[in-house]
Design a protein around this ligand. Structure first.
Ligand code: A2P
Length: 345
């Protein structure tokens, strides 16, 4: 095991890339060199890290030399084009996009849930980070699945604009300002105005009339929990919230789980916090979860319409647990497991 690791962030200027820098700093990640990569537009600009100014480099096939860990957060097409070059240069790739999530030769990991999958990186040199809404939802599903075996999940998400990257944050701010000044404003990131609106579409529609985001929840939940019998039907919705996704979840389990058993199991699960005192108006909201590492669960109640059903509400910062934090936790797990990519060279 090395003392220090050379880390590259692909997409360092983006919402997730910036969060990765904060988290590497906060967690005192053992960094040798931090290499910041982005598009030609950003090349030459400087970003401060631990008091030093780092110059952004343009992403190209030769920019991974000497890198041990490459954190990709610049979208699927960049991953598909450049991940192999990073692996060939000797790096392990931890990818935040959907490019490899369902590839049977690529592990899809949430360290609190399936850390044992880590050795799967040896097949392609790539580890996938889950979709942001999947990550937040599954943090609450896992302890309940262990307790009573989940058969079916019905989920409705309320997703923050930061899930669509820096452009999503800008668009909500601009449209809110424009509204306050009685001005017109354009929609570029989202298919409709997002300020003072709710859009029941995230990503593109598929042949079955679900969106890609909705099918990611179903497919990724099965892969991470290692259980192909779970069915999850979702409606994913964009809401005018800057940060943190909320998800309304209903589950049907094989064995009965009472609300108090659920609360106890969720409280014990690392990375999850329970905030559930509805009579005193205590339940998690996006403003409570923004900037926090834990996913917070509340409104836990037994579903009176079926025998073994539970309904709850989970909220998590999708830039953190849904993206950057989970990616850095995977990097920490990789270091603990071995810390060397023996694949691809
Ligand atoms: P840049 O800022 O130079 O465009 P977000 O999802 O928050 O919009 O962030 C996307 C990230 O992906 C940004 O860091 C962006 O860099 C980066 N990116 C987008 N297109 C490219 C590209 N063609 N090559 C390298 N990085 C890219």
């Amino acid at each position: 095991m090395k003392d220090r690791y050379n880390v590259a962030i692909v997409g360092a200027t983006g919402a997730v890339g910036q969060e990765m820098m904060d988290i590497l700093d906060e967690r005192n990640f053992p960094i040798g060199e931090l290499r910041l990569l982005a598009s030609e537009r950003s090349a030459g600009k400087e970003i401060e890290f631990k008091g030093n100014k780092l110059t952004i480099r343009k992403l190209d096939h030769d920019c991974f030399e000497g890198i041990d860990i490459a954190l990709f957060s610049a979208g699927s097409s960049r991953t598909k084009e450049y991940a192999d070059s990073a692996v060939k240069a000797g790096a392990v790739v931890i990818d935040n996009s959907s490019a490899y999530r369902l590839d049977p030769e690529v592990p899809l990991i949430i360290p609190e849930i399936n850390p044992e999958a880590i050795n799967g990186y040896k097949q392609k040199g790539i580890i996938a980070n889950p979709n942001c809404t999947t990550a937040v939802t599954i943090m609450a599903l896992k302890p309940l699945h262990d307790l009573g075996k989940i058969k079916r999940v019905i989920a409705t998400s309320f997703q923050a604009v930061s899930g669509a990257g820096a452009g999503g944050l800008r668009e909500l701010e601009q449209q809110t300002r424009a509204w306050a000044n009685s001005e017109e404003s354009e929609s570029e990131t989202f298919p409709h105005p997002i300020a003072f609106n709710v859009i029941p579409q995230i990503d593109i529609f598929q042949d079955n009339d679900y969106t890609k985001e909705e099918m990611k929840l179903h497919n990724e939940t099965r892969k991470i929990l290692g259980d192909e019998s779970i069915n999850l039907t979702a409606t994913t919705v964009r809401v005018p919230v800057f940060r943190a996704h909320s998800v309304s979840v209903n589950i049907e389990t094989e064995d009965k789980i009472t609300a108090s058993e659920a609360r106890e199991a969720l409280e014990k699960f690392p990375g999850v916090r329970v905030s559930d005192d509805p009579k005193n108006a205590v339940y998690p909201m996006p403003l409570d979860a923004a900037g926090k590492d834990d996913c917070i669960v509340g409104r836990i109640r037994e579903d009176f319409t079926i025998d073994n059903g539970l309904t709850f509400w989970v909220v998590g910062d999708q830039l953190r647990k849904g993206a950057a934090l989970n990616a850095v936790q995977i990097a920490e797990l990789f270091i603990k497991s071995n810390g060397q990519n023996t694949n691809g060279i």
